[in-house]
Ligand binder design. Sequence first.
Ligand SMILES: [Zn+2]
Length: 202
Amino acid sequence: MLPTRTPALLRKLFPSLTWSVERDEKCVYLTFDDGPHPEITPWVMEELDKYGFKATFFCIGDNVRKYPETYQEILNNGHRTGNHTFNHLKGFSTSSPTYFENIQECAQLVKSELYRPPYGQITFSQIKHLSKQYQIIMWSLLVEDWNPKLDQAKKLSLLSSETKSGDIIVFHDSEKAFENLKVILPEYLEFLSNAGFSSVVF
Ligand SMILES: [Zn+2]
């Protein structure tokens, strides 16, 4: 199982990436990757609405092309969006020109200064190039909602006990993650609300 909290060493190695945000007030940054999805994304937004929470959706360009209405709904509901490449490319195994082109293709549809690399894969030279144009958003807490073997109750209690102000938490509004998401998200949002956290966008 992957660690819930991003190791400090990784954060130190890549200091120019955003791993969390210093905040005085009690708030977190909920983020959802790999959408938009015509059923799951609206469901996520309904859950967020119950608490007035806002979130950031890192969208795959090809999904925005397929589901433009859902994408527009995200913006209409006051959430933020970010670039997650057009085809969900891996930074380590893709040549930089192809990688940057794919991000540019996504940028035609996703107008945002926020970028999140798929799989968290990004090289030093890619960071250098992309930092000129984007704030690169990583995460401090990982839900692992894509994992079919996830112990949902254990993960939920880990997440709840670990959550600190300024944390960036990554979920997925994708079919692969939905089995876990539909259990974990409502309970986690309830926890956040009861504990006095709000959810804000970048
Ligand atoms: Zn992704």
